[in-house]
Design a protein around this ligand. Structure first.
Ligand SMILES: Cc1ncc(COP(=O)(O)O)c(C=O)c1O
Length: 475
């Protein structure tokens, strides 16, 4: 009976997956579904090798992987057993998958455990200069021995704001004074604070379609009306933008114009200037959210929209989470005084200043020469990972526009694929990605998925994408 079941499972997967992965999947899926419970004895290596018609070493390798992931445990001379914690977590995960599909919570998806992680648009921690970081942390305590006894100034550390204002001038030609820079606890906080004072219920916000899903959630929370405008590889249809600005009088247009999340598209320089002109004409504030600016592969991207700002309608947010450290929670917001005034008030009610220690660590690390060489290496490592992912996908009929920077591939799977079902089956088999509809305020984009190449290593990308493709073919 079990043999028959396995034979039906042995479809196209068998051809494209490593044998031990097939065995791993077989065991893992049954644990996740609750068919095998905590402390249940699992089939012996010999038994499973016979049932699945594979070598015993193959089964041993699959069990080792499950053991490393603490999904199973071994008892001397008695064999393999289902881990209790894991069993509970697995069934919770399974419920979570269902709930997250229904609730559209991106954060839930990103927390789902998966051996092949393509849902997290964050840098593999192994690519961060962790050893160097500890040196800088020590230096900060030497320089500022009483740092833990001090609050940060509300708007951010003076030294850091001054250094960043100069840096933005040197690198992007932005004329911005230190008084026009605020340090926030990540870009997400900046978006939240800006909407706090700018948006009242039923105000209209223009957003790109697709867009960063957390921003959509923040805007919804403020009860804003969300109006989407499509973003293409070549930018926006500016006539359409103008039409929407005239028709809906939005207070805000939230954009991520450089190596956009999730598509990787970049708005050309000419359109940046035209967009600022439109925003000024229709009194619409533009938020240029720019966390991927320094993650380019060949060429530096165009300058931020703040360069073209003449009337104070542009707010520039530069997060450093994506290539320095997500955990430090450091972002800089550049804006003119009329906005800064409101921002300071919102910040004082929110956290009264970003932790000073984090700001000083960031300051000393970011402006070191080591950081520059780290960034060079990081760009190379990420472009190699992107190319590996693209190589595997090039054997399919899936479509994407190769990004020139950033962390993601935005991929169209052939219709009529049910992305929700592909997602569920993939998670069950330890492969994660983000279904495209999570990035859309209107829940279209049914045949797109976001695959991040930044978190998994090269080997995992190769194996995991092959596995995803085979899961797709198994439908
Ligand atoms: C477009 C965009 N903005 C902001 C953020 C959040 O940045 P932070 O970690 O600085 O809050 C992300 C993270 O994925 C993002 O993709």
């Amino acid at each position: 009976m079990e043999g028959e079941q396995l034979n039906t499972d042995q479809t196209k997967t068998e051809r494209t997956m490593n044998l031990y992965e097939r065995v791993y999947d077989y065991i893992n899926t049954r644990i996740v579904r609750g068919e095998w419970s905590a402390h249940d004895r699992l089939p012996s290596i010999r038994e499973l090798a016979r049932i699945m018609d594979v070598h015993r070493l193959t089964v041993f390798k699959a069990y080792q992987l499950l053991k490393n992931e603490q999904k199973v445990y071994v008892k001397d001379k008695s064999g393999y057993f289902v881990s209790p914690i894991n069993r509970e977590e697995s069934s919770k995960d399974y419920d979570k998958i269902k709930a997250s599909i229904q609730n559209n919570m991106l954060s839930d998806i990103q927390q789902l455990p998966a051996h092949f992680q393509f849902s997290q648009a964050i840098i593999d921690p192994n690519l961060l200069p962790n050893h160097f970081f500890s040196e800088y942390i020590k230096k900060v305590f030497d320089f500022y021995p009483k740092i833990l006894g001090s609050y940060s100034p509300l708007q951010g550390d003076d030294e850091l704001r001054k250094a960043l204002a100069e840096y933005f001038f040197q690198t992007e030609h932005l004329y911005v004074s230190e008084d026009e820079v605020m340090i926030t606890t990540g870009a997400q906080q900046a978006i939240d604070l800006i909407t706090d004072f700018l948006i009242k219920p039923r105000d209209t916000i223009l957003v790109e379609r697709p867009t960063y899903s957390v921003a959509i959630d923040i805007f919804r929370q403020k009860e804003a009306r969300i109006v989407p405008i499509d973003i293409h590889a070549s930018g926006y249809d500016l006539e359409r933008v103008e039409y929407l600005m005239r028709a809906h009088k939005p207070r805000l247009f939230y954009i991520n114009p450089t190596f956009h999340n999730p598509t990787g598209y970049t708005l050309p320089a000419e359109q940046r200037k035209q967009l600022v002109d439109l925003a000024e004409r229709y009194h619409c504030v533009l938020i240029d959210d720019d966390p991927f600016h320094d993650i380019f592969f060949d060429q530096k991207p165009p300058h931020p929209l703040f360069l073209y700002d003449t009337k104070g309608y542009v707010i520039y947010i530069r997060s450093f989470s994506k290539y320095i450290s997500p955990g430090l929670r450091i972002a800089a917001v550049c804006c003119r005084p009329w906005i800064m005034k409101h921002l300071c008030r919102a910040k004082s009610l929110s956290d009264n200043g970003t932790p000073l220690l984090n700001q000083k660590i960031f300051l000393h690390y970011f402006f070191s020469s080591r950081m520059q060489s780290h960034l060079e290496k990081l760009r190379i490592a990420l472009s190699v990972r992107k190319e590996i992912m693209e190589d595997v996908l090039s054997e399919t009929d899936w479509q994407w526009e190769s990004p020139k920077g950033g962390l993601n591939l935005w991929v169209k799977v052939p219709e009529p694929t049910q992305v929700a079902s592909l997602f569920q089956r993939s998670i069950e088999r330890s492969v994660s990605f983000v279904p495209g509809e999570y990035f859309d305020s209107e829940r279209t984009n049914k045949s797109w998925i976001r695959l991040s190449y930044s978190y998994a290593n090269e080997q995992e990308i190769k194996q995991g994408i092959k596995k995803l493709v085979s899961i797709y073919h198994d439908a």
